[in-house]
Design a protein around this ligand. Structure first.
Ligand code: FES
Ligand code: FES
Length: 213
């Protein structure tokens, strides 16, 4: 039976005089202030000019043109900007709410080209040319959208934080025709969380606006 340990069994790495050890390689790289490029070559500051370094550090941004509530906007945003942040921070449309910022609560729901989306998960730069509708775009002057009126009639909110998202999701639910029954409405709006537990009245409001009640 062999008594070799894994270390003693492994053959030592062959190192030619020109091959640096791991220790000398790291020490040399750090001292030169350089970067390790593909293939193990070391590029010093002279190869990476200040301009290139600044460009590499700057966040990439893009211009995006989109129509929000019937009004066209062209803005330059960091490529990482979500539609929700574009609406709230660039366009001052704070009706859409940031709950989880992770696609789990539906407070940020808006319509993009007529379809419901979680705006916190949607990159603004992907929406060039899109039509966005937020809760601010539903009323016609002083006349509320039928679903907004139904939320009032049915007393379908308490704190109101989830309400803009619930209303936009309800509008999408009605437009998509998922209002055949209370169960279908509940299923269609299951991505919208209400911590106040107003679900029964929210469903009634959607039923009222869709003409089922
Ligand atoms: S804030 Fe977008 S899903 Fe919660
Ligand atoms: S009304 Fe408060 S979270 Fe829905």
């Amino acid at each position: 039976m062999s008594t070799d340990t894994p270390e003693s069994a492994a053959s030592p790495p062959t190192r030619t005089p020109s091959t640096p050890s791991r220790r000398t390689f790291i020490a040399t790289t750090s001292a030169a202030g350089g970067v390790i490029a593909a293939g193990g070559l070391v590029a010093g500051p002279s190869l990476l000019g200040a301009q290139e370094a600044a460009a590499a550090e700057a966040s990439p941004s893009s211009r995006v043109s989109l129509t929000v509530n019937g009004k066209k906007h062209t803005v330059t945003v960091d490529n990482r900007t979500s539609l929700l942040d574009l609406l709230r921070e660039h366009l001052d449309l704070t009706g859409s709410k940031k709950g989880c910022n992770a696609g789990a609560c539906g407070a940020c729901t808006v319509l993009v080209d007529g379809r419901r989306v979680n705006s916190c998960l949607t990159l603004a730069v992907r929406l060039d040319g899109a039509e966005v509708t937020t809760v601010e775009g539903l009323a016609r002057g002083e006349r509320l959208h039928p679903l907004q009126q139904a939320f009032i009639d049915q007393d379908a909110f308490q704190c109101g934080y989830c309400t803009p998202g619930q209303i936009m999701s309800g509008v999408g639910c009605i437009q998509e025709g998922h209002t055949g029954s209370a169960a279908e409405i509940r299923e269609s709006m299951s991505g919208n969380i209400c911590r106040c537990g107003c679900y029964v009245k929210i469903v009634r409001a959607v039923e009222q606006a869709s003409g089922r009640k």
